[in-house]
Design a protein around this ligand. Structure first.
Ligand code: PFF
Length: 454
């Protein structure tokens, strides 16, 4: 059988839109709503946003095309896809590292992602219970500090989040994933628009927009550029095989280029909308934009606590975040689960159970880095910060470079052309130049710059 006619043993998306919804669901998550605003706040706002958008457009879209392309050609889990493609291109086995490192990165990311997903769950209940009614910034900050200071609470919510995720994963691609995204994605967009609507009424919308969109380059450093690039990879779910595995379910006649552009625009749109919803509230209440991972949990409840209908808006907001976190966490563990199924011939349920337990255990390290291990530093970073740095700022960009190089140099132009279905020769040449030269060089420059070599 011709390799390009292969089908994934795990099924196929029922239409292009299901794929776009699923991939957007994987891309849009805590990264957009929790991480993008706090990184933006920590890195001084607009210049960070600008670099982020450039990274999405110049690196993210071409690399996403490359990753979907590899997935659709290999039609398997990242690890097996890379094996098939290494055989097809007759290159060294070393390239399989793309699949291994991606699968590992997914599990590492999910281990802390689930902890933050647990915070979200907890905050739904806090909001519903009216905890924040009339709250001041001091109150929400101390509520957050008490909450993350309790290893037991974080343990409980992390466990619940992980359980729910694994139940959906165990349902399989056609059942669990498709049904989940079709129902969850529209809800997400609707709730976010509602929040932006509220922010417009605070009187600080202009200030928020200025913070996000009037570039102040004095705030830009090597390490903030690395964060912006890492965040682009993280937010688009690139460089670790998630998009590859989603790509492996893509029907043959789908345009990879158009699809990638739609997914990247939707993802960036959600991040910017989240920023537009959050920063006006931050400024209206005199809160601190650079307060770190707790930003949305410390700041938003003040706003919710002092607005009419705040209990409803607050609860809705955290439900929104939970929805976004679920669809992403499903995709973070999917490469590992399908690899276990393919390799050991075990059932999806067992594979989900084993991967879930391993990831859950690793999550304990993140939990403790907010309390028991708060003073334990590796290279000046807590366990959580280190895990995040290694995955977002190193593993994903490096994985992305390898994917770009593989698609650009090792696969034949004939094959990449036929998979991408770009009919315009100039566009194809531009894509090839991006993955062959521009993306790898740009990623290296940012990395070297951040470690102080350039
Ligand atoms: N893109 C997701 C987010 O922004 O929350 C996180 C993520 C999901 C990263 C899947 C990587 C991944 F493979």
């Amino acid at each position: 059988m011709n390799i390009s006619d292969r089908q994934s043993m795990h099924g196929q998306w029922s239409s292009r839109w299901t794929f776009i919804l699923a991939a957007t669901g994987a891309a849009v998550g805590l990264g957009n709503i929790w991480k993008f605003p706090y990184l933006t706040g920590q890195n001084g706002g607009s210049a960070f946003v600008l670099i982020y958008i450039i990274c999405v457009a110049a690196l993210g879209i071409p690399l996403m095309m490359a990753e979907i392309l590899l997935g659709r050609r290999g039609r398997s889990t990242p690890i097996h896809t890379m094996k098939v493609l290494v055989e097809e291109t007759n290159t060294t086995q070393w390239w399989q590292i793309i699949g291994w490192s991606g699968t590992l990165a997914g599990m590492l990311i999910l281990s802390y992602y689930s902890v933050i997903g647990g915070w979200t769950l907890a905050y739904i209940f806090k909001s519903l219970a009216g905890t924040f009614s009339g709250a001041t910034g001091e109150f929400t900050a101390s509520t957050f500090a008490t909450f993350v200071g309790s290893a037991t609470s974080l343990f409980f919510w992390h466990t619940v989040f992980m359980l729910i995720t694994m139940v959906i994963v165990a349902g399989g691609v056609q059942g669990g994933l498709e049904k989940a995204v079709q129902f969850l994605m529209p809800t997400l967009f609707f709730l976010l628009l509602l929040m932006v609507g509220y922010s417009m009424s605070t009187g600080y919308f202009g200030k928020g927009m200025e913070f996000l969109f009037t570039p102040d380059f004095s705030k830009l450093t090597g390490s903030s550029m690395l964060s912006a690039m890492g965040q682009a990879f993280f937010s688009l779910s690139l460089g670790m095989g998630t998009i590859m595995i989603y790509g492996s379910y893509v029907p043959k006649d789908t345009s990879i280029a158009n699809t990638s552009i739609i997914i990247a625009m939707a993802d960036t749109g959600v991040a910017l909308l989240a920023g537009m919803a959050i920063f006006p509230i931050v400024f209206a209440n005199n809160l601190e934009p650079g307060s770190g991972p707790g930003l949305i949990f410390q700041t938003l409840p003040v706003a919710f606590g002092n607005m009419t209908g705040g209990i409803i808006f607050g609860s809705l907001f955290f439900i929104l975040l939970l929805v976004a976190a679920w669809t992403s966490s499903i995709s973070l563990i999917e490469p590992l689960v399908t690899w276990l199924i393919e390799t050991f011939g075990i059932s999806r349920i067992k594979a989900s159970l084993y991967s879930g337990i391993a990831t859950w255990m690793l999550g304990l390290g993140t939990i403790w880095s907010f309390n028991l291990w708060a003073d334990l530093k590796f290279f000046g970073l807590t366990f959580f910060d280190l895990l995040d740095f290694i995955t977002s700022n190193l593993m994903l960009p490096l994985g992305g470079i390898l994917i770009a190089l593989f698609a650009g140099w090792l696969m034949s132009s004939e094959n990449t052309k036929s998979e991408l279905r770009i009919t315009n020769p100039a566009l194809y040449t531009a894509w090839q130049a991006l993955v062959r030269y521009i993306a790898p060089i740009a990623v290296f420059i940012v990395l070297l710059n951040a470690i102080g070599i350039l």
